[in-house]
Design a protein around this ligand. Structure first.
Ligand code: 5AD
Ligand code: SF4
Length: 449
């Protein structure tokens, strides 16, 4: 690491601010970027406007993200005017699309630095180019190696994200992720276990294992390991109290994974299992490689194993060619499964993907109308699932002080329900049993037992 760079950052008391868009993977990547920056001597800025280094970590899963990003960046033309060492940087998934990265650099000459998702470990040399040599820096790679030991600055209190697999091989026809994040690369199980052990030593009690499709974990490794076997190793070899994971693809969710529920004390009774559509026609054209019946079968098996399991999902409405009947199949599946919550999206056309060229693209108005109907149903189910907690005693891992009330703390149950109860900062990181006596729209309230 360059001493000259560190010296410049420290002696000028330089600060940074990161704006993160998109999914948990990006949130975690921002934590790594913050870790690298703080190792170099940067301190978090009190505000976006005051930050010497302002960085946008972008997402490209949905259309219009580019236009929105351009809006944000265009407004920052004068951001560096009062800063001797001001740096504007853009990174993340959108920059993995080289044409988007080049366009951005051409359009905004005051952007100093652009880098992709595989270049976080090169951040110091990119900053040297900008701060010591006065050059613009650009690094977008399709590099497929995994870089271990990037420092991480976590903000999650007792909860932490841990990557287990990068990239995706599935090519769902609507999705741009495989194009920007490349093929599947699994981390070595020992590296994952070591990281979780370290986190436990630092006071972390809950980890969320991250991957675009965690069920593919290990397929690309020489060592013989699968995702269920990784879960068993983490449960047996570390002291972590709670494990969650995101995301699991229904096409290859093995019975061995279902068997882990109820068997591994640390595995939380919650699964995020994106269904995307309830219509077999649409699922086929999405290249999801499972049927509605297969999905419902998985739900039955999960509930037979853990009756109280919380099930959440992702759903897309208005996929090309989706008929009113197809959409009603989605509504009926949602009612049948009784999801605890769902992230719902109107289909958004992404360049490069197969679905972008499919006939019968759906009108915006139809998509909006279907989304509204679906959201009303999801809200109703969410109310129903949360209401069932009234009067129950639950174990809450306290994550922080409530935003609305400084005399309350907030945490989550093993089933990922948010609970507020009276407490103070000394409760953060502790497991507390709470009696639920009030059900609000999205959250629960209770008293400690
Ligand atoms: N349009 C709408 N939603 C999408 N998703 C992914 N790609 C698209 C797209 N082109 C949704 C899927 C996925 C979630 C992360 O984002 O539901 O599970
Ligand atoms: Fe996209 Fe499908 Fe891969 Fe998920 S599994 S990242 S939806 S291609």
């Amino acid at each position: 690491m360059s001493e000259e760079l560190k010296q410049l950052i420290e002696s000028n008391g330089l600060t940074y601010h990161i704006e993160t868009f998109g999914c948990q993977m990006n949130v975690h990547e921002s934590e790594k970027i913050a870790g690298v920056l703080e190792n170099l001597g940067y301190k978090p800025s009190e505000s976006k406007a005051a930050a010497d280094l302002l960085l946008f970590n972008t997402c490209c899963v949905r259309e219009h993200a580019e236009a929105r990003l351009s809006g944000h960046i265009g407004a920052l033309k004068d951001h560096k005017a009062d800063k001797a060492y001001g740096v504007l940087a853009v990174c993340g998934c959108m920059m993995q699309q080289k044409d988007a990265a080049h366009k951005l650099m051409r359009r905004f000459p005051f952007v100093d630095m652009v880098f992709g998702t595989n270049s976080i470990h090169k951040l110091d040399s990119l900053l040297e180019d900008v701060l010591l040599r006065g050059q613009r820096a650009y690094c977008v790679e399709e590099d497929i190696s995994i870089v271990e030991d990037i420092p991480v600055r976590r903000d999650g209190g007792p909860c932490a994200f841990v990557n287990i697999i990068y990239g995706c091989n599935n090519f769902c026809t609507y999705c741009i992720v495989p194009y920007v994040r490349g093929r599947e690369r699994s981390r070595r199980a020992d590296d994952i276990i070591d990281e979780i052990k370290r986190l436990c030593d630092e006071g972390v009690s809950e980890v969320t294992l991250l991957g675009q499709n965690v069920n593919s974990y290990g397929n690309d490794l020489v060592e013989s390991i699968s995702f269920p076997r990784l879960l068993r190793r983490i449960d047996a070899e570390t002291n972590i109290r709670r494990i969650r994971f995101m995301t699991s693809h229904p096409k290859d969710m093995a019975d061995e994974l279902i068997a882990c529920y109820g068997d591994l004390p640390s595995l939380c009774e919650h699964i995020h299992l994106p269904v995307q559509s309830g219509s077999d026609n649409v699922l086929r054209r999405m290249n999801r490689l499972y049927t509605r019946a297969h999905y419902l079968g998985l739900i039955d098996k999960l509930r037979a194993r853990v009756p109280d399991i919380a099930i959440t999902t992702d759903i897309i409405v208005g996929f090309p060619g989706e008929t009113e009947n197809d959409f009603e199949d989605t509504l009926s599946l949602v009612s049948e499964v009784q999801f605890d919550a769902a992230f719902t999206f109107a289909y958004s056309k992404r360049k490069l993907t197969k679905a972008a060229d499919m006939p019968d693209q759906i009108d915006k108005a139809v998509k909006s109308e279907r989304l509204a109907r679906l959201n009303a149903l999801v809200a109703e189910l969410q109310r129903r699932s949360i209401s069932a907690y009234r009067g129950r005693d639950v174990e809450v891992l306290t994550e922080g002080i409530s935003e609305r009330d400084a005399n309350m703390v907030v945490g989550r149950t093993r089933t990922a329900k948010t609970v507020h109860f009276p407490g103070d900062a000394s409760d953060i990181g502790r497991f507390i049993n709470v009696h639920i006596d009030e059900v609000l729209t999205h959250t629960l309230r209770g008293k400690r037992l």
